[in-house]
Structure formats: C-alpha cells, structure tokens
Design a protein around this ligand. Structure first.
Ligand SMILES: [Zn+2]
Ligand SMILES: [Zn+2]
Length: 141
C-alpha cells in the first residue's frame, strides 16, 4: 500500500488526531492483522486507552479503511485495507497451529452483491484455515 497516514485519514473523511495517526501508523507497519491487546500494548507510549483505541478502530471500520476479522472464538484482529467492502475483497488465512492470521491480499474474491435475485449481501468473509508454511514444515529439517 503506497499510501501514507495523512492520505488514509483524509480519504476516510476523518479528522487527524494524534491517537488516530498513531493507530494508522501502527496498522500500516504491521505485517499481519493485530488483536486489540497487541494494538494496546504497542501503543502504550501514546496516551490512548483501550476504549479510545476501540472507538477509533470502530470509526475506521465504518469509514472503510480498516477491516475486522474473527480469528477464533471472540478473538478479533484488525488490519488496514484499501478496498471499500469492509475489507473482504480478499480472503484471510488462519493457522490453526500457531494462531497466526494473514490477509491474502494477492487473492481477489469477487463481491457478490446479489447472489440470488432480491438478496442483499452486506458482508462477505472468506477464511482459509490450516497450517502456515512454518507449522506445515516437517520438524527438524
Ligand atoms: Zn502456524
Ligand atoms: Zn485482510
């Protein structure tokens, strides 16, 4: 993603606050989706509590710049996304051995707006579950 923090917030129509800037920067740098706990821990230097982080994430999701994925029972992870349909223009991979989650940005899934006449799709999510390359590799080789 060749966008910077300022562009992202401006395009989303969100005001720049130090907290939002720090949050977008963190998500830009992150190579995989982060849990709220990971985000809170990494932003401990910035004066932001979990509630305001959560509120900012919520605003980002509504603005379409962040998507949320469920990577386990009540475990949510957040990632920046350039696509408008809640970030689910791409599938996600979840490793069932180490719990790692990744955005598979290179795979584009078509957006099914009307799978059957009269039906309206509001959200589409595609998850691949299995083993990541590290967990799938035979041990000791
Ligand atoms: Zn793994
Ligand atoms: Zn994603």
């Amino acid at each position: 993603m060749a966008m910077n923090t300022e562009d992202i917030l401006r395009q989303a129509g969100l005001k720049r606050t130090p907290g939002r800037v720090a949050l977008v920067e963190l998500l830009l740098e992150a190579r995989s989706p982060l849990t709220l706990q990971e985000i809170t821990a990494r932003l401990s230097g910035v004066k932001l509590n979990e509630t305001s982080i959560y509120r900012s994430l919520d605003a980002f999701i509504k603005a379409g710049i962040v998507h949320r994925l469920e990577t386990g029972e009540r475990i949510w992870r957040f990632a920046l996304c350039a696509c408008s349909n809640q970030g689910h223009c791409h599938p996600h991979f979840i490793c069932e051995a180490c719990g790692k989650a990744e955005c598979l940005n290179e795979i584009i899934i078509p957006h099914f707006r009307e799978p059957r006449p009269g039906y309206v799709v509001e959200k589409q999510e595609l998850y691949f579950k299995g083993l990541c390359a590290r967990c799938a590799a035979p041990a000791g080789r």
